[in-house]
Design a protein around this ligand. Structure first.
Ligand SMILES: [Mg+2]
Length: 187
């Protein structure tokens, strides 16, 4: 049982860092909260920035990617799945210079995982399950007959009608409950 897990907004709380950086900048027309982030596109969710990717992923990359905290219940959920015999394969798209920052973050925060793949497209890596906050990634893998879960966020409220979870512990418990046969061979 291989479980593909996205990093940002799933394991690493990058939105909290992006909100902090944005709200403290001169570009914020008004202070935003997590619930205001209605689009996966940072240029839409953070108005007033001329190039939001450059602002967050280059200029403030250290704050956004290295200083971020873990998402609530992320480590607990991953550990539960590992204890049940699953392989945790982290799959993530990162700009080149943020790959090393991401590896540092995973190690420093003692995230339980087995494999790390930096990929352009989540369907280019095999697995039995995917959890991601981006519906487009989920649709690609549901087409490969993978079990797909959406991690709830304001930007994916309308984009996905399949399985959902509020955090990785809820995801792990739901997956074990709904698909016990997937874990059976390891028990
Ligand atoms: Mg993500």
């Amino acid at each position: 049982m291989v479980i593909k897990v996205d990093i940002d907004s799933v394991i690493r709380d990058t939105p909290a860092q992006m909100l902090m950086v944005y709200n403290n900048s001169i570009y914020a027309e008004k202070k935003l909260s997590f619930e205001d982030l209605k689009s996966y596109d940072v240029n839409v969710s953070f108005p007033g920035l001329t190039n939001a990717e450059d602002f967050f992923f280059n200029l403030h990359a250290e704050t956004v990617f290295v200083k971020a905290k873990c998402c609530k219940n992320a480590k607990e959920g991953l550990q539960l799945l590992k204890d049940k015999g699953a392989t945790i394969r982290i799959v993530s798209l990162q700009y080149k210079h943020n790959m090393l920052r991401t590896i540092q973050w995973l190690v420093r925060n003692a995230i339980p995982f087995d494999e790390l793949c930096f990929v352009e497209s989540k369907d280019s890596v095999d697995g039995d399950v995917l959890i991601d906050d981006c519906p487009q990634n989920l649709y690609k893998c549901v087409g490969k007959r993978e079990i797909c879960y959406c991690l709830n966020a304001p930007w994916n409220k309308d984009g996905w009608s399949g399985h959902r979870a509020n955090d990785l512990l809820e995801f792990a418990q739901d997956l074990i409950h709904n698909f016990p046969q997937k874990f059976g061979e390891y028990q």
